[in-house]
Design a protein around this ligand. Structure first.
Ligand SMILES: CC(C)(COP(=O)(O)OP(=O)(O)OC[C@H]1O[C@@H](n2cnc3c(N)ncnc32)[C@H](O)[C@@H]1OP(=O)(O)O)[C@@H](O)C(=O)NCCC(=O)NCCS
Length: 186
């Protein structure tokens, strides 16, 4: 199998049900209507991934401007389990990284991940992400409830030379409409 079979496509009103279905099986939390309304306006920050013309993955991001920073927040990035380790996650991440580089004005890219999600942590570490914070009780209905904040610094700022944000309470994913589902492995 080669990467030439992997293509990205826009999220549209026509295919958004596929995105909802995909997210419902890939993630242990669910996302509300507002999340999907915003995704439809997200342009290149929300993409479906096709493997031989079948939807197998999706990435949804938004721009976060809290903490006096401009950061790219990965809300969801996932693919169906039977299509993992084929480079599909890499294609999604490279698209987002390229977006950030073309923009040229992001301090960092960050996301939350359940602390037991070893595959995702290994995946992001491969791309230079670091664990910059542990948020206890981040998830309300799944175990473990704690989340790591993974961050990849894109540039250093004078106000925060370390490139990390260890003292903030902002909770963008929760304010973004996810609701934890019953216990389920990510
Ligand atoms: C994390 C995820 C998106 C990775 O997608 P993927 O298509 O399997 O990733 P890739 O095939 O591009 O993997 C690239 C590299 O990441 C690392 N990696 C990916 N999954 C890994 C795992 N389970 N264990 C260890 N390393 C892993 C490997 O170095 C891999 O390269 P290799 O296959 O040549 O060894 C996928 O596991 C997933 O959808 N998980 C569920 C959703 C999720 O938890 N998302 C993260 C929070 S947004």
């Amino acid at each position: 199998m080669t990467r030439s079979n992997i293509e990205l496509g826009d999220v549209t009103p026509h295919n958004i049900k596929q995105l909802k279905k995909l997210n419902s099986v890939v993630f242990p939390v669910s996302y509300n209507e507002k999340f999907y309304i915003d995704v439809l306006e997200a342009g290149e920050l929300a993409k479906l991934v096709y493997y031989n013309d079948i939807v197998v993955g999706a990435v949804c991001c938004r721009i976060d401007t809290s903490e006096n920073q401009r950061r790219l927040y990965i809300m969801t990035l996932g693919c169906l389990s039977s299509y993992r380790r084929l480079g599909i996650g890499t294609v999604m991440f490279q698209h987002i990284l390229n977006y950030a580089k073309v923009d040229g004005n992001f301090d960092s890219i960050f996301l939350h991940v359940q602390i037991n999600n070893e595959g995702a942590i290994a995946f992001y570490k491969k791309f230079g992400f670091e664990i910059v914070e542990t948020k206890e009780h981040y998830y309300k209905r799944i175990e473990p409830a704690d989340a790591y904040v993974l961050q990849k610094t894109l540039r250093n700022t004078n106000s925060n030379a370390s490139g990390t944000n260890s003292n903030h309470n902002h909770n963008p994913a929760h304010s973004n409409g996810h609701v934890d589902k019953k216990e389920k492995k990510a």
